[in-house]
Design a protein. Structure first.
Length: 255
């Protein structure tokens, strides 16, 4: 590890070093991180299973991309073009907090294209196991959407939980547009559990409570019998529970 400038300060957790021009590794495997904070956890780091240090990185521009084959990947991590993945190189630092990052989601198969102006995350790499906790804001001042991921890099399998309370539906319209819904108002409490197999979504279970909502179809409805159909729906409260699965032995999926 090398850096061009360092400044130290004392915190309740122990010494913290603000590093400029940080480089990790050498040669082709070197990661150019730039500015970061290295926290030494003098007290909690002495507990079994707890890392002694954590490296905080700020202001990343990340993109979550779904490829044509349905697999998901993250673009924008420091040193991603290196022969060694950045997670392998940064594993020794313990926890990796990511603060004030931006996240873009590009999923052509799901017809989702959206941008989140801020996410905060904590990442822990332990060999093939990766754990991530994240909070994301779609608009400044909105309640955050939380997510927890546990992923096995060798098998490329994992479990993901996503949830939030009092989410403003109108601000999450890019996600709902994928199922043909354009929300005009309303709030939602949502919990979603997802299983990943080979970096693909294999099963989704969702529970939702939606209140004081008005929803409309994102495109005009054309009923087969030619009769008129309401394109907007308003209600005080609705509770829903659903599960979607991708069958491994059949070409179709089902709810």
């Amino acid at each position: 590890m090398s850096f061009s400038h360092a400044r130290a300060e004392w915190t309740r957790r122990g010494p913290r070093f603000i590093l400029d021009g940080l480089h990790v590794g050498r040669g082709e495997t070197q990661l150019d991180i730039g500015r970061a904070q290295l926290q030494v956890a003098m007290y909690s780091g002495l507990l079994p299973g707890q890392p002694l240090t954590e490296l905080k990185i700020r202001d990343l521009a990340l993109t979550l991309v779904q490829d044509e084959d349905g697999r998901w990947k993250v673009i924008g991590l420091p040193g991603q073009d290196s022969p060694i993945t950045p997670l392998d190189r940064l594993e020794g630092f313990g926890w990796l907090p990511v603060e004030k990052a931006r996240l873009a989601i590009r999923a052509p198969l799901l017809k989702i294209e959206m941008n989140m102006p801020r996410i905060d995350a904590r990442v822990r790499v332990n060999g093939p196991r990766v754990r991530v906790g994240m909070s994301a804001w779609i608009e400044r001042g909105d309640p955050p959407l939380s997510a927890v991921l546990e992923f096995q890099r060798r098998r490329r399998d994992g479990l993901l939980w996503v949830g939030g309370d009092k989410l403003l539906l109108a601000h999450w319209s890019p996600v709902l547009a994928a199922v043909g819904i354009a929300p005009e108002k309303g709030t939602a409490d949502i919990a979603l559990w997802t299983e990943l197999r080979d970096q693909r979504i294999s099963q989704v279970t969702v529970k939702a409570r939606i209140r004081q909502a008005r929803l409309r179809a994102s495109k005009p409805l054309e009923p087969a019998d030619g009769k008129g159909t309401a394109e907007a729906l308003a209600f005080d409260e609705i509770r829903a529970s659903a599960r979607w699965s991708r069958w491994t032995h059949f070409p179709t999926s089902s709810w």
